[in-house]
Design a protein around this ligand. Structure first.
Ligand code: SAM
Length: 354
């Protein structure tokens, strides 16, 4: 069910007024404003509230939500056990390094977890608690279905809007949000909303589409729009023999039929972190010519290069075909003194453990 959330009720905040929540029967209720949030029949706490004018820009949440309810992403292929999820996930260096390097005892939140592969993978370890939040209920059902079937007891899923989060500020050790903010009308506003949740000394990992690296995807989208989806074989993922049909369709819809996406640069992402009180740690791919290796230290400081070297890294993403939709990840650590609620004595735990 959602035991990890019940064990950590102190982490939850009312998405309406940010008051403390209590659990009564099978619903969460706000101790301050009295708002109540039911739990779905399949055991997913429904803490989603619409934006109602709270973002600075155009509100696309409902449009994007409708899209993902029809096209849950990334969907599961032949993952039929804990072992096969672990095997598949650890083929991706990023997921494996996260699993190895997130300090024991961490509280981890993945925002926009989709069908929950990463949350479930990280939740296989007893060393941490992992919360997977998304606004799409159909994706969460797939995520939780896997979680229950294979007893991923350290993971819990809940429905949430990242612009109206249901977690208290300054408490989470690790917040991950990959492939999500560029599908909102206000990516920077979304970033700031998540930055508040990270505890001083904790880390934030953000994955965004790259402006230059994604040009090949833009070109293929143009081809499909003008010549038809029969040309979908031009995308590597559509020829991947390890993907089943559901997975291929999810990829194709997400990459080529999405109602909204924005694209970003390395310099822009670094500016978001630094202007929100975070120290830059690294990007994936790395800035400059050094390759990202299987021994990379995700939570140590790396060079942030210059505007020119960042631009050249983006050109290299383009020249290598904009693999995997040209998503790049930026990692930063929140200043140990905090930016909004003072210093937590336990705050530098992650920093000390490196
Ligand atoms: C492309 S999928 C990424 C899924 C997963 N992070 C991954 O990388 O495989 C984007 C996800 O972000 C979620 N999302 C978009 N806007 C959101 C919002 N305002 N609040 C919560 N989730 C959101 C969508 O429902 C969708 O599941």
């Amino acid at each position: 069910m959602y035991e990890p959330l019940v064990e950590h009720l102190e982490l939850l905040a009312c998405p309406n007024c940010r008051g403390a929540l209590r659990l009564g029967g099978s619903e969460f209720a706000c101790k301050a404003c009295g708002a109540s949030y039911p739990v779905s029949e399949d055991g997913i706490p429904l803490l989603f509230l619409p934006n109602e004018g709270r973002t600075d820009r155009e509100d696309l949440t409902q449009i994007v939500k409708t899209f993902y309810e029809a096209n849950p992403f990334p969907n599961y292929d032949e993952v039929d056990s804990r072992e096969s999820l672990a095997r598949k996930a650890s083929r991706g260096i990023f997921a494996r390094l996260l699993d190895e390097q997130i300090p024991a005892g961490s509280l981890v939140l993945e925002v926009g977890c989709g069908t929950g592969q990463l949350t479930n993978f990280l939740g296989l370890s007893w060393k941490r608690k992992v919360f997977g939040a998304d606004m799409c209920l159909n994706s969460l059902r797939l995520a939780k279905g896997f979680r229950d079937r294979f007893s991923v007891n350290q993971a819990a899923f809940l429905q949430m809007n990242l612009f109206r989060p249901c977690f208290v500020d300054n408490r989470l050790d690790v917040v991950i949000c990959s492939g999500v903010l560029h599908h909102t009308g206000d990516p920077l506003g979304g970033f700031r909303s998540l930055a508040r949740l990270v505890k001083p000394g904790g880390v934030l990992l953000i994955g965004l589409y790259n402006k230059i690296g994604r040009l090949p995807t833009d070109f293929r989208r143009w081809i499909f729009r003008n010549l038809g989806d029969g040309f979908s074989f031009l995308d590597d993922h559509m020829r991947n023999k390890n993907y089943n049909e559901a997975r291929k369709r999810a990829w194709f819809m997400d990459q080529y039929k999405h109602p909204h996406e924005s694209k970003h640069t390395f310099s822009e992402a670094i500016e978001w972190f630094e202007s929100s009180g975070f120290q830059f740690l690294m990007t994936i791919p790395k800035i400059g010519s050094e390759p990202f290796t299987a021994n990379e230290k995700l939570f140590e400081r790396h060079s942030k290069g210059t505007r020119m070297s960042r631009f050249l890294t983006e050109v290299e993403m383009l020249m290598t075909g904009g693999r995997d939709g040209a998503l790049f990840i930026t990692i930063g650590r929140k200043a140990a003194t905090g930016i909004s609620q003072g210093c937590d004595p336990d705050a530098t735990r992650i920093a000390r453990l490196q």
